[in-house]
Design a protein around this ligand. Structure first.
Ligand code: SAH
Ligand code: SF4
Length: 398
C-alpha cells in the first residue's frame, strides 16, 4: 500500500482497520511525518509501537538506492532506485551553490523526478522513449525520490563526495525545487503526478512545504492532462516540450503530435495561461541538421511569439539508439538570436551530468536500450527523420 496515495480518508480507515478506532489526530500525525519525508513507520516516534509495527507490515517499503553516480565536481548526482517489485528508475539531484558570502545553506537543490518507469511516447531522440514503457509510478514512488534526495542532503554524504569540498555550507540541507523532467511523461500518469504535486505544494496541509513556483511539470503536450493540472489552481511552472515549429516535423520528433497537433496544443497553452495567470516555458531540444535551421527559429517565433513564453533551448544529449548530436555552438547561438530578435525570452541550457548519462533525455535506468534495442515507434520515427535529412541542406528539412 502506498502511504502517499491513500488520502486522508483512506488513512483514517486503514488505521481503524489495523488497530481499532483511533483518535482523530492519529491520521494527521502520520500525514505530518510523510510530509516531512519520514516514510518508514518505525521512525514515526509519536505513534504507539504496536501501530508502527502494523503500518510497517502494510506500507510499501521505500526504494533502495542501488547506485549513485556523481558528476560536475559533486554538483550532479544520478540516483538509481530499485523499487520493492524489482523495477528501477532514475532521479537526478542538482546542486546550485550559493555565492560566497551569502547566508549559510542558501543556494538551491533541485530534484528531477521520474513519473513512469520508461515512457510510451516514443520520442526518438530520448533514451527513455527509445526504451519504451514499463509501468506507472505511484504518487509515493514519485515523492520518495524527493525524500531520498532529502536524506542525502541531510547526511554528509553529498558534501563528502565532493572533491575539494567546494559545497559545504553553500548548498541547502533540504530539497528546494522539484522538476518533473525525469523518466516518463508526467501527464500520462496524471493521477499520481497531480497527487504528488499536491503533496509538494498544495493548499491543504500537510505538504512538503515547497512553493508552487519551485515545482515544474514538463509535458510533451498531453492536452487533457494539461487541463487537469491547470484545474488544480496551483501556480506551478508548466514546461511544454515543443522541439519542432511545424506539424510535419513534430509528427516525427514527438509522435504524440499526431494525436494532439500544434494548433490544439497551443490552444491548451493559452487556456493554461488564462486559468493560472502564469507564463509557461517551451522546451526545444536542438538537434543538428534536424530542427536547428534559422527558418525553424523563425517559424518557432511566429508560432509562440504571442504567448510571451520563455523558450528553453536544450542542446541534444547523445542517446544510444540514434546518431544525432547537438549543433555546433555558433549555430545554436544563431538560433537563439532569431528568437531574441522577435522579442522572446530565450535561454540556452548548459547541460549537466552528461558524463554519467544523467542529462536531459539520457535516463533509462538499466533498461535494454543500453544494448541497442529500441521500441518500434521510436525506431520508425528515427528512420523517417534520417531519410528526410539525408544529404540535403538544412533549409529543405521542414
Ligand atoms: N516527458 C516529459 C518530461 C521528461 S523529458 C517531456 O518530454 O517533456 C524532460 C526534457 O528532456 C524534455 O524537454 C525532453 O524533450 C528533454 N530531452 C529528451 N531527450 C533529450 C536529449 N536526448 N537531449 C536533450 N534533452 C532531451
Ligand atoms: Fe517520453 Fe519525454 Fe522522452 Fe518523449 S521526451 S519519450 S515524452 S520522456
Amino acid at each position: 500500500m502506498d502511504p502517499y496515495t491513500l488520502g486522508r480518508d483512506g488513512l483514517v480507515a486503514l488505521l481503524d482497520d489495523l488497530a481499532g478506532p483511533q483518535p482523530a489526530y492519529r491520521a494527521a500525525q502520520v500525514r505530518a511525518w510523510l510530509a516531512r519525508g519520514v516514510d518508514e513507520p518505525a521512525a514515526m516516534t509519536d505513534l504507539p509501537a504496536g501501530l508502527r509495527r502494523r503500518l510497517a507490515e502494510v506500507f510499501d517499503e521505500p526504494p533502495r538506492v542501488a547506485t549513485r553516480s556523481v558528476a560536475d565536481r559533486g554538483l550532479t548526482h544520478k540516483i538509481l532506485l530499485t523499487h520493492p517489485d524489482g523495477e528501477s528508475t532514475e532521479s537526478v539531484l542538482m546542486l546550485y551553490p550559493a555565492r560566497d558570502g551569502s547566508r549559510p545553506r542558501a543556494g538551491r537543490a533541485t530534484v528531477c523526478v521520474s513519473t513512469q518507469a520508461g515512457c510510451a511516447m516514443g520520442c526518438p531522440f530520448c533514451a527513455t522513449g527509445q526504451a519504451g514503457f514499463r509501468r506507472q509510478l505511484s504518487a509515493g514512488e514519485i515523492l520518495r525520490q524527493v525524500t531520498v534526495a532529502q536524506r542525502l542532503l541531510r547526511g554528509d554524504e553529498i558534501v563528502s563526495a565532493t572533491p575539494g569540498a567546494v559545497l559545504g555550507p553553500r548548498v541547502p540541507d533540504h530539497v528546494s525545487n522539484v522538476v518533473f523532467m525525469g523518466m516518463g511523461e508526467p501527464l500520462a500518469n496524471s493521477d499520481a503526478t497531480l497527487a504528488a504535486v499536491r503533496w509538494l505544494c498544495g493548499r491543504e496541509e500537510p505538504t512538503f512545504g515547497l512553493s508552487a513556483r519551485a515545482v515544474t511539470v514538463s509535458t510533451v503536450g498531453l492536452v487533457p492532462g494539461m487541463r487537469r493540472l491547470g484545474a488544480l489552481g496551483l501556480p506551478v511552472t508548466l514546461a511544454v516540450s515543443l522541439h519542432a515549429p511545424n506539424d510535419a516535423l513534430r509528427d516525427d520528433l514527438v509522435p504524440l503530435n499526431r494525436r494532439h497537433p500544434l494548433a490544439e496544443l497551443l490552444d491548451a497553452c493559452r487556456a493554461w495561461i488564462q486559468v493560472t495567470g502564469r507564463r509557461l516555458s517551451f522546451e526545444y531540444v536542438l538537434i543538428g541538421g534536424i530542427n536547428d535551421a534559422p527558418e525553424h527559429a523563425e517559424q518557432l517565433a511566429d508560432l509562440v511569439g504571442e504567448l510571451r513564453a520563455h523558450v528553453n533551448l536544450i542542446p541534444m544529449n547523445p542517446t544510444p539508439a540514434v546518431p544525432w548530436r547537438a549543433p555546433p555552438p555558433e549555430r545554436m547561438r544563431a538560433f537563439a538570436a532569431v528568437l531574441e530578435r522577435s522579442g522572446l525570452a530565450v535561454s540556452l541550457r548548459r547541460n549537466r551530468g552528461g558524463e554519467i548519462d544523467a542529462a536531459c533525455g539520457q535516463l533509462y535506468a538499466d533498461y535494454a536500450v543500453a544494448s541497442g534495442r529500441i521500441m518500434p515507434v521510436a525506431r520508425g520515427a528515427a528512420a523517417r527523420l534520417a531519410a528526410r535529412v539525408g544529404p540535403q541542406p538544412a533549409r529543405e528539412q521542414r
